[in-house]
Design a protein around this ligand. Structure first.
Ligand code: NAP
Length: 311
């Protein structure tokens, strides 16, 4: 059995899978034990955990960092590439779950489902009807980052009678309209959905100018990364009604998120649960473990992250 450094806390079902196939050690264990530090050949982690560069640098036998998740913005890719360390993620197997959450958040936002639940529980219903909400049918939806997840979101939204367009670095020549100018996409959308990766290249891609273009009847859904949005400017836009509302699964500094979100009635907040279903977390863990086995057995992984695409 190989020794792994484990960074982050996994759900019990995933941890049990890992423990059946590898010996996991905490950073504390590894740091305090020279023999162990030398024997660790792999790191297993989650996409919302930082893999510190000094840890990567301190493990002489490290060959692979396997993250459970598709995002790798918290892994020092350049350092890993320089040291010849393979980095793997778990693409595709989580597309359905993340797209389902995205569509759910969108409906929760437009139809004010969480507010309706609170309205019924509090007894406010007895004093009068719940205010009217907003339909999805007929709306213009702009997707920022039409990749694996973005496409699944688009496919699921199409039957609801929306008009779809997307922004990215390149026209993919699809049936949906490509818009190379993000502000123009925001101006021409009722709903903007963020599905792009985090990292330096997309940091604060959505700022006050984009939110102003989206406008007072526009809605934002972010299932990508908190860093893609300028959070301070988003909170300002939500507070002054520059946009109508936002549904957010991801935040800067999560889980210790900006408390100003709690006072806003026009937001739906989710605790980064895009892929958090039993079926999906099992599939992600399986793929991460298969990457480790394949790397240790054959020297190459199933789903390596390419350093060239690191942001
Ligand atoms: P993907 O297939 O790589 O798609 C990402 C898309 O973003 C691509 O279509 C790419 O299109 C676009 N993009 C990349 N860099 C860009 C840039 N600088 N500006 C504009 N667009 C850019 O990745 P995926 O599997 O769909 O995952 C997308 C992201 O979702 C992940 O990176 C992760 O952060 C997030 N995610 C969140 C959860 C959750 O729990 N909420 C779960 C899984 C994933 P072009 O190449 O044409 O630009």
């Amino acid at each position: 059995m190989h020794d792994l450094l484990l960074i982050g806390k996994f759900p019990q079902l995933a941890q049990d899978m890992i423990d059946t196939e590898f010996r996991c050690h905490s950073l504390e264990d590894v740091n305090g034990n020279e023999a162990l530090r030398t024997s660790v050949r792999g790191i297993i982690t989650r996409s919302n955990c930082v893999v510190p560069p000094e840890v990567v640098a301190s493990l002489p036998s490290l060959g692979i960092i396997a993250t459970c998740g598709v995002g790798y913005d918290l892994i020092p890719l350049e350092l890993a590439a320089r040291r010849g360390v393979t980095v793997t993620n778990t693409p595709e197997v989580l597309n359905d779950a993340v797209a389902e959450l995205c569509v759910g958040l969108l409906f929760a936002l437009l139809r004010r489902i969480p507010q309706g639940d609170r309205f019924v529980r509090s007894g406010a219903w007895r004093q009068g009807a719940f205010p009217l909400a907003v339909s999805l049918a007929g709306k213009r939806v702009g997707i920022v980052g039409l990749g694996r997840i973005g496409k699944e979101v688009a496919r699921r939204l199409e039957p609801f009678g929306v008009t779809l367009a997307y922004f990215g670095r390149a026209d993919q020549h699809l049936a949906w309209r490509f818009e190379p100018d993000l502000r123009r996409l925001a101006r021409d959308s009722d709903v903007l959905i963020l599905c792009a990766p985090g990292g330096r290249a997309t940091e604060h891609l959505v700022d006050a100018a984009v939110l102003d273009a989206l406008g007072p009847n526009g809605y934002l859904v972010n299932i990508a990364r908190g860093s893609v949005v300028h959070e301070d400017e988003l909170i300002g836009a939500l507070a002054r009604g520059a946009i109508a509302g936002a549904a957010l699964d991801v935040f800067d500094g999560e889980p210790d998120i900006d408390p100003r979100f709690f006072d806003l009635d026009n937001v739906v907040l989710a605790p980064h649960v895009g892929s958090a279903t039993v079926e999906t977390r099992q599939a992600m863990t399986r793929l991460a473990l298969d990457n480790l086995h394949r790397f240790f057995d054959e020297g190459h992984a199933l789903t390596p992250v390419k350093a060239a695409v690191a942001a």
